[in-house]
Design a protein around this ligand. Structure first.
Ligand SMILES: [Zn+2]
Length: 239
């Protein structure tokens, strides 16, 4: 790991020392996520994901997008994402990034740029931060790949996806992103988000990046759903 990576890791370790953490899932003091809760996380089998996730990009760009996620979106990991997103438990991004980095390596993905899925300016103002950046920056450091959040922006604020069906989500985020061609042209982009359920946001963001000339898009999220067959077939008819 480069010196910046060590400094970044050191920063969060120092914060843990000054403000001892509590397990994001059960509250056990002294851990960001305690060993017992970590054991409950259902990490995904990346090889099977790789095959099934092809169905996610059922559009003109199919074949230029691959997607994977670290764990099933339930239980402990769901609690952790909630804590990262809504309870300002910011260090969880750094905590999970090495696992995501190892997954990227296991997938044999070679990438040029790491890009977090952007939030709208309005949502960043309300929340104070973009949780995807908290995962993407340390992930980039872990992989030794350039971190470049500015190359993709959200050009339209979209209502929250919570409670929407797969088709509604697609419509909700379609055309919401724009990428800068000078920065992404010919590049292999690693898009990072906290969670992906129907894949609508990642698909819209991937489309923007590919339209701007990127050569390939790889998407990684902390969590997702392994049993996505029903959702995938639903999505197919919406593109
Ligand atoms: Zn715990």
């Amino acid at each position: 790991m480069q010196i910046t990576g060590l400094l970044y890791k050191g920063f969060w370790s120092a914060l843990d020392w000054i403000y001892p953490p509590e397990c994001a899932a059960c509250g056990e003091p002294g851990y960001r996520v305690c060993p017992e809760c970590l054991q409950k996380i259902q990490f995904t089998e990346h090889t099977t994901k790789r095959k099934s996730d092809r169905s996610f990009c059922d559009n003109q760009n199919c074949g230029s997008v691959e997607r994977v996620f670290l764990a099933e979106y339930e239980g402990v990991i769901r609690e952790c994402i909630h804590a990262l997103k809504y309870d300002h438990n910011l260090s969880l991004g750094e905590f999970f990034s090495p696992w995501m980095g190892d997954l990227v390596k296991a997938m044999n993905w070679v990438t040029d740029l790491v890009v977090p899925v952007p939030l709208s300016d309005e949502r960043v103002r309300l929340r104070g931060y973009n949780q995807s950046e908290l995962l993407a920056r340390p992930l980039a450091l872990h992989l030794g790949v350039r971190y470049l959040p500015i190359c993709v922006s959200r050009i339209r604020n979209t209502p929250s996806q919570v409670g929407l069906s797969a088709s509604e989500r697609r419509t909700n985020v379609a055309g919401a992103f724009r990428a800068i061609p000078e920065l992404v042209k010919g590049k292999r982009i690693l898009l990072v988000d906290d969670v992906s359920t129907t894949g609508a946001t990642l698909a819209a963001c991937s489309d923007a990046v590919l339209s701007a000339g990127a050569g390939m898009v790889y998407c990684i999220t902390l969590a997702g759903f392994a049993n996505r067959n029903l959702i995938s077939s639903e999505v197919k008819h919406q593109v």
